[in-house]
Design a protein around this ligand. Structure first.
Ligand code: GLA
Length: 674
């Protein structure tokens, strides 16, 4: 999808071939022209074939209102085009230039507390600002008019990580836009009052003009307003994207349009399932939290979620770091081989190209200590050598392009549930939304079981095992979908604090968990959250933290009870036979061993086959092509070599696998299966 027809290596001019994209952000405006020659020469040497250009170039492209200077960009793009390097061309609207914010200070974003966020960083604009939108769309139009016919143009890149720094703005412009969004959603004030539960604490509105964004308040703010404000904010940023995208579609038909998502650990702001409907190609940025020695488990989850966002289709890794980043407390360098392992984790989970931030490490500015493919020290560096090796491997496995990873196990994930579950005044602040899905994902990965991460409203009937971790907010549709899957024969696991409220954050009454109570054959009368360091033991030896509850069986059987804690003797893990399937429930946060044990039982009960037998720290994933070919990816994060059952040809080493593929400590293999 993103492959460029390019020479496989220098001097191989007669054998053009398809390649998985490899490259990164290129910021030539930070460097004198002499450096541009070297850039292109070294890009070719490294095998770079796709670069993202112009992300932060607004101030250099429009130096005063309507005064455009494209000559330098023409020059850069011409050099790239002549070298056969593909371009992911940014619309350059990510960060408004100082002249715009000086002329129109009203576009600056304002925090919940009322603090104006001044220029001097980046992305200093209110997502609802019509002034920002008008200037951004005008620049986008100029870019499209000028470069739509560029030979090397592969992809349009709108903005950059929309919402990265300015997702929530509380200014007066945002307030007016929020009211407009609410009018459209709810029609009249009676409905708004009902949905927001304003009978509580004298919050009833009698005029839309009284409605404000959730600015800093005295006490706990209205939760449904908080939730709607997050929905609104995600929609406003998306509307900025759509405004530019529509211009590009009009003036540059046929060239795919994307914007880089941030599906990673802390990225809570955008509802990317919704956003994915508007992009031609899902592209994602992912950065490891280097402090975590097992950060690869988070990468695995995020990459599977990105594939879910992309509705299973191949996607593009738009950014990751070739080495240390600059923005963490301690910017730990990548360990030897980690660059290749991380990249192949993404590819094994559906990425069809690997791009980096950034091509050449900056000499000045806030990111000068952020790694680049081309480090300050030049090409005689480990980063450079490992990048060149990654290009070699991507070429070796290029035949996987367009294939998809799909599995028999699904984890349900929803940004709305994330937003709602972490609002104030809940039973326990220790319930963190991304926590339980990650633990379950890891247990599955350690067992060699492939997993998809999908939206709860998806059709689940193709899955044998469906996991529903802390899915606090559940629509009727989602509840029906799970029931249909279970009745049809699937095994489901629901965990604590799922199915508690509807999409307006209103309790589903009659006993928790309202949305799943009947399906699970249980009824919970009271939540019994645990103290910060408290753990409970279960009758089968498992251990839980964070949560317990007063649960009654109304059809389910108990698989384990609490031995101690606030509810000794009460069921903690249950199973309910429903139709041709079964619905299991876990009413505490199981530790890793218990999660592994429960997942093993669920896998067995559902009849799901692991992709291969592996030990923890060795990842296997599989991609399938329409024509029946398949590839088994093995990524060995451990310090010891491993033999994994496989038959075919390991494209990375070039060796055949006659029953097993041997993967060195820290190595990778991609077996084209016989
Ligand atoms: C984000 C941005 C990039 C850069 C990197 C640094 O991903 O999109 O412009 O700032 O972070 O890690």
């Amino acid at each position: 999808m993103f492959s460029t027809t390019a020479q496989r290596s220098r001097g191989d001019a007669d054998s053009p071939s398809r390649r998985l994209a490899f490259g990164g952000d290129y910021n030539p405006e930070q460097w004198p022209r002499e450096v541009w020659d070297e850039d292109v020469r070294l890009m070719l040497e490294a095998g770079v074939d796709l670069v993202t250009v112009g992300v932060f170039s607004w101030a250099h492209l429009e130096v005063a209102p309507g005064d455009y200077r494209f000559d330098w960009l023409d020059d850069v793009l011409d050099r790239l085009t002549r070298a056969g390097i593909g371009v992911d061309l940014a619309t350059a609207t990510a960060s408004p230039p100082p002249w715009l914010t000086s002329l129109h200070p009203e576009i600056l974003p304002v925090t919940r507390e009322g603090t104006v966020l001044w220029p001097g960083g980046r992305q200093a604009f209110c997502p609802s600002s019509p002034v920002y939108r008008e200037h951004a769309v005008a620049l986008c139009r100029k870019m499209a008019e000028r470069y739509a016919g560029l030979d090397s143009l592969r992809l349009w890149h709108v903005g950059n990580e929309l919402g990265c720094h300015n997702a929530l703005c509380f200014c007066d412009t945002s307030a007016a836009a929020f009211r407009g969004w609410l009018r459209e959603r709810y029609g009249d004030l009676d409905e708004l009052n009902r949905v927001w539960g304003t009978a509580f604490w004298s919050q009833r509105y009698t005029d839309f003009e009284q409605v404000l964004p959730p600015r800093q308040v005295t006490a706990v703010p209205n939760p449904t307003r908080e939730l709607d404000f997050r929905r609104f904010s995600s929609d406003e940023l998306l509307a900025n994207y759509v405004a530019e995208r529509d211009v590009l579609r009009e003036l540059s038909p046929g060239v795919p349009v994307t914007t880089n998502f941030m599906v990673m650990q802390n990225s809570k702001e955008m509802d990317y399932f919704r956003w994915a409907e508007e992009v031609d190609v899902v592209s994602n940025d992912h950065y490891l939290m280097a402090e975590d020695p097992e950060g690869y488990t988070e990468l695995a989850f995020s990459a599977d979620l990105t594939r879910g966002v992309a509705r299973g289709r191949p996607w593009l890794l738009m950014e990751t770091s070739p080495g240390a980043v600059n923005w963490q407390p301690r910017n730990i360098a990548r360990r030897p081989g980690e660059l290749l392992r991380s990249a192949m984790q993404h590819v094994g989970r559906g990425a069809d190209g690997i791009l980096f931030f950034q091509w050449r490490a900056s000499a000045a500015g806030a990111e000068k200590f952020h790694a680049g493919l081309l480090p300050h020290a030049g090409t005689d560096t480990r980063t450079w050598r490992e990048s060149v090796e990654l290009r070699r491997v991507l070429d070796a496995v290029a035949e996987i392009e367009g294939s998809v990873a799909r599995n028999r196990v699904a984890i349900l994930f929803d940004w709305h549930a994330w937003w709602a579950s972490e609002l104030d005044s809940h039973p326990s602040t220790d319930v963190r939304y991304r926590d339980v899905p990650k633990v379950l994902h890891r247990s599955l990965t350690d067992a060699g079981v492939g997993v998809d991460v999908v939206h709860p409203d998806s059709d689940l009937t193709g899955y044998d095992l469906v996991l529903v971790p802390t899915l606090y907010t559940v629509t009727d549709t989602a509840a029906d979908r799970l029931r249909e899957a279970v009745e049809g024969g699937a095994t489901a696991l629901v965990t604590y604090f799922s199915g508690i409220v509807d999409e307006h954050d209103h309790i589903r009454l009659g006993g928790y968990p309202g949305a799943y109570r009947d399906l699970l054959g249980i009824r919970v009368g009271e939540f019994l959250p645990l103290r910060a360091d408290e753990a409970v033991e279960l009758s089968n030896g498992w251990r839980g933290t964070v949560w317990a509850e007063d649960l009654q069986l109304t059809g389910a059987e108990s698989l384990a009870t609490y031995v101690d804690g606030p509810a000794p003797g009460v069921p903690a893990v249950t199973r309910h036979a429903v139709g041709r399937g079964s619905a299991w429930y876990a009413a505490t946060r199981l530790d890793r061993d218990a999660s592994d044990a429960l997942v093993a039982r669920l896998v067995e009960a559902s009849g799901v086959e692991p992709l291969a037998g592996v030990r923890p720290g060795v990842e296997v994933t599989r991609r399938h092509a329409d024509d029946g070919r398949s590839w088994l990816f093995v990524v060995n994060h451990t310090d010891a070599g491993v033999d994994v059952e496989a038959r075919g040809l390991d494209l990375v080493s070039g060796r055949s696998a006659d029953g097993v593929v041997t993967v060195d400590a820290g190595g990778v293999a991609v077996v084209r299966e016989a």
